[in-house]
Design a protein around this ligand. Structure first.
Ligand SMILES: Cc1ncc(COP(=O)(O)O)c(C=O)c1O
Length: 409
């Protein structure tokens, strides 16, 4: 179910015609559905209802404060990876006791902020980071709650650039090093080891790697004999970007997590990002030019890899659909590309497409996660606007960046 769909051949977000917005607001822009965000969150939670987890939305997937406010209202916490994300999360009203902080290279400044704000957990990724947190906590006169991130050496089938749980990846501590860490932690008097955390990668469509990870966690708990108050199972749950993408089945995994929780009497945390925001937005763009190529026609959009990076960075497939469907055929293969001066500024190619014309509008689908949050000023282009639809109400939740401010910094 999605609230982004065609009604009489017109693309709608909830009760709002996208074409109407394309004519009213300057494209390109991100366009979110409030309904999809809420539905995804509730559906994720209901999969794990018996576990009653704390869901810490992964802010890196989407850090718009208004989006975070929607999630806050329905009970979400947050997983942040920088001081900036932490400040945005606090601005949204999410309480510190629902915030976890991950990342391999947190600076002293970021750690000091997190410690002062009394967040739920700092998920530590190395022994040396723990030493720094201990030092700062001592200076502030506080005992800080930490989690320790395990690198379970599990190869989750996903794009190599978003796999995080293999031994060669920079994240977390190996089993051996984590066990040693747990033995030495008592020396760091200003720390309270309360959690073990893990995150094996993103856009994972099979439940098997998650199940394997649970087994590794059991092994560690038995070896260290620590009763962790929290077990943070991370995010990574994939969504179907293509028709052929398998839908992840969480029921069986959820039963295992429930047993795990009962056995070890811990609070479970999840850090989903994509599963909550992925299908909750489209990027509306105009066909700036149609240009004849040798075996195909280029549809050059006014949105590029600076606005939406996933295809260039991860070879990601995102369908591009017309705002108004017709049943006429385009006479050639068509490739949608962007204006940025890079060959990789290309989105998707279709052998068959409907008839489209220069100046028509299209929508790049499923861009709510790692879309706006990954955008940049490359080629000195301003960040584009973000709009939120709630039924027929439209709110600008980020204005387009002012080009003059960008130049005169
Ligand atoms: C530590 C951590 N938690 C959670 C996530 C969210 O992942 P996803 O959006 O795939 O659920 C990420 C993303 O890579 C991450 O690095």
């Amino acid at each position: 179910m999605s609230s982004i769909k065609y009604k009489n051949n017109n693309l709608f977000v909830e009760n709002t015609s996208v074409k109407r917005l394309a004519l009213k607001y300057k494209s390109p822009f991100y366009l979110y559905s409030n309904d999809n965000i809420i539905r995804n969150y509730k559906s994720f939670y209901s999969n794990f209802k018996k576990v009653d987890p704390l869901i810490c939305f992964s802010v890196k997937a989407n850090s718009n404060v208004q989006i975070l406010k929607i999630l806050k209202k329905i009970g979400s916490g947050a997983d942040v990876v920088s001081g900036g994300e932490l400040l945005k999360t606090l601005k949204s009203g999410i309480k510190p006791n629902k915030i976890v902080f991950s990342g391999v290279g947190k600076t002293e400044e970021e750690l000091r902020l997190a410690i002062k704000k009394n967040i739920l957990l700092i998920n530590v990724e190395s022994e040396n980071e723990a030493v720094v947190i201990n030092k700062i906590s001592g200076q502030i006169g506080k005992k800080t709650s930490i989690g320790i991130r395990l690198n379970p050496d599990i190869n989750a089938p996903t794009h190599q650039k978003i796999s995080t749980g293999k031994a060669e990846d920079k994240f977390g501590l190996s089993k051996k090093n984590l066990i040693i860490f747990c033995q030495n932690i008592k020396k760091l008097k200003n720390l309270r080891l309360e959690a073990i955390s893990v995150h094996i990668g993103s856009q994972i469509l099979s439940e098997n790697p998650f199940k394997k990870t649970l087994k590794v966690l059991e092994e560690i708990i038995l070896k260290t004999k620590i009763n962790f108050k929290f077990v943070d199972l991370g995010g990574g749950f994939g969504i179907a970007y293509k028709k052929s993408d398998r839908k992840i089945k969480l029921k069986n995994y959820s039963n295992l997590v429930e047993k795990f929780k009962r056995k070890y009497n811990c609070k479970i945390i999840f850090e989903p990002g994509r599963a909550i925001l992925g299908n909750a937005a489209v990027l509306v763009a105009k066909i700036q030019y149609l240009k004849k190529g040798v075996n195909k026609t280029f549809a050059i959009l006014n949105a590029g890899m600076n606005d939406f990076m996933r295809p260039a960075l991860y070879d990601a497939t995102h369908n591009i659909v017309p705002l108004i469907k017709n049943n006429k055929k385009f006479n050639k293969a068509i490739e949608f590309v962007g204006p940025i001066c890079e060959t990789t500024c290309r989105f998707i190619k279709y052998k068959n497409y409907q008839k489209i014309s220069q100046s028509d509008y299209v929508a790049i689908m499923d861009v709510g996660a790692y879309g706006a949050s990954l955008s940049s000023n490359y080629n000195t282009k301003p960040l584009i606007a973000e709009l939120l639809v709630t039924k027929n109400k439209v709110t600008v939740i980020r204005r387009k960046q002012d080009l003059h401010k960008l130049i005169n910094y």
